[in-house]
Design a protein around this ligand. Structure first.
Ligand SMILES: Cc1ncc(COP(=O)(O)O)c(C=O)c1O
Length: 461
């Protein structure tokens, strides 16, 4: 019973009925869209005259809580949204609140290009995944169909054949598992070399595991392998598109890195976060193909599809892979299978292949737009041959801060290189990504960014 009357109270019955219904809408027992009983029905239930319930409804309609739909009854128009807060009565004469103004067009790297994701194919993948019988026991290495799809559609085309894929919850999550495993194996903090500037979440993973982090030099071609210090247990690198500077590690440096790791008994972690994307340049061999005995390869669906699936993958030297699975079994942990099932269904259906083709075409067009805008402002670009972001080098930290702030004031979010350094920033500039916004939003944002860049000094070549 939504309304309880107190016949001994001095409050008129019609007011008590209105109060009861209003309270029910406020505390969630009645929700927007619920139909309330007809006045006659409620009057019978409460044992009052219909004049009482009709007066209560009239009052609530006047306040905006209830509304009548011709021929179909009376409905709740306002109730608090889930999660609390007070409802604002919806009044016919009060215009609806404006949609929130977006904080800006986000050109910071990292987000995928959802504009080219075909909703029909995506929905089909989810439906097909739902048709699969659920596994009765945990699959510690991941869903078999997912592992096969990654090996066939993503790794084989990159030259990594017959890879034994282990599912992860994403590249960074895979890194965290690996770092925990290696730290336990060594029985002491890991000595890890990380590119500087580099991916700050990777640094976060190593630091959280108590590792000793050594910054490693990078240049426009990526990790400077010749200057690697001795004594490292592990080198973490992003050879396909050095994050954030964008270099593609040349073959000679790749081979030298694998040789040095072998000689030193060290591991190399190859974070291939956006390795599926390159423009007008020949493919380079993945490190894991050159050194399958020392390299752990990490991949993610977060850049080519969406981080919302929560899936990634890892290919490790066999002993490490076996230890990782043993660690999962011992602790009962493994990545959730649902996203893997969707990804597998999507790949099986041909959706992944079609999406990758569309994504590459779209991102190539967008890259040309970004390069054009930056050059039109008199600046150079760095790292635009792969991935979905580039760097605009700037002369100083002050110039970098000015561009980030001025772009922000014009509704364009860009990231500065300062935040990606382990040591004091050695290079300055802004990162401009092109995947996240729609093409139309990107074009508008680039117009504004061009204006901002044209006003600041040009950086070092
Ligand atoms: C270098 C690098 N690795 C990994 C990731 C994230 O991958 P995931 O979301 O799968 O952890 C990113 C995201 O921006 C990245 O830049």
């Amino acid at each position: 019973m939504i309304v309880v009357l107190d016949r001994s109270a001095s409050t008129p019955l019609a007011v008590q009925v209105a109060d009861g219904l209003r309270t029910a809408a406020l505390d969630g027992r009645l929700r927007t869209g619920d139909r309330v009983p007809a006045t006659r029905v409620l009057a019978r239930e409460l044992g009052v005259s219909r004049t009482v319930t009709a007066a209560a409804y009239d009052q609530l309609v006047a306040e905006g809580w209830l509304g009548a739909r011709h021929g179909s009854g009376t409905f709740v128009l306002a109730s608090p949204s889930p999660g609390g807060g007070h409802a604002t009565p919806a009044r016919a004469d009060v215009p609806p609140a404006p949609a929130p103004v977006p904080a800006g067009t986000d050109l910071r790297p990292g987000a995928p290009c959802l504009e080219v994701l075909d909703p029909a194919s995506w929905r089909r993948a989810w439906r097909r995944a739902g048709d699969l019988p659920p596994p009765g026991r945990p699959e510690y290495a991941g869903v078999p169909g997912f592992r096969a799809a990654v090996a066939e559609h993503l790794l084989r085309p990159r030259g990594l054949v017959r890879a034994d894929v282990i599912a992860t919850a994403g590249a960074t999550a895979g890194l965290a598992e690996l770092v925990a495993l290696l730290t336990r194996r060594l029985g002491r903090p890991l000595r890890a070399g990380l590119e500087d500037p580099g991916y700050r979440r990777a640094a976060g993973v190593f630091r959280a595991a108590g590792a000793e982090v050594t910054p490693l030099a990078v240049d426009a071609d990526g990790l400077v392998v010749e200057t690697l210090p001795p004594g490292l247990d592990l080198v973490y690198t992003t050879p396909a598109h050095q994050y954030p500077l964008g270099g593609r590690l040349p073959v000679a440096r790749r081979a030298a890195l694998v040789d040095r790791a072998r000689a030193a008994g060290a591991w190399v972690v190859e974070d291939d976060y956006d390795g599926e994307l390159r423009y007008d340049v020949a493919p380079l061999p993945v490190l894991a193909a050159l050194g399958p005995d020392v390299v752990v390869h990490l991949g993610t669906a977060g850049k080519i599809a969406t981080p919302g699936l929560g899936v990634g993958w890892l290919v490790a030297p066999p002993d490490l892979g076996a230890d990782l699975l043993a660690q999962r079994r011992a602790t009962g942990t493994r990545p959730a299978p649902a996203g893997q099932q969707v990804f597998a269904a999507w790949a099986h259906d041909g959706g992944l292949g079609r999406h990758l083709a569309r994504l590459r075409r779209e991102l190539a067009v967008r890259r040309t737009l970004v390069v054009g805008a930056v050059r039109a402002a008199g600046h150079t670009v760095l790292g635009d041959r792969a991935g979905a972001h580039l760097v605009v080098p700037l002369a100083s930290a002050a110039a970098e801060r000015t561009v980030v702030a001025a772009a922000g004031e014009r509704g364009v979010l860009v990231d500065g290189l300062a935040a990606h350094h382990l040591d004091a920033p050695a290079v300055h500039g802004v990162l401009v990504g092109w995947a996240a916004p729609t093409r139309a939003e990107l074009a508008t944002a680039l117009d504004r960014l061009r204006g901002v860049l044209a006003e600041v000094g040009v950086g070092p070549a």
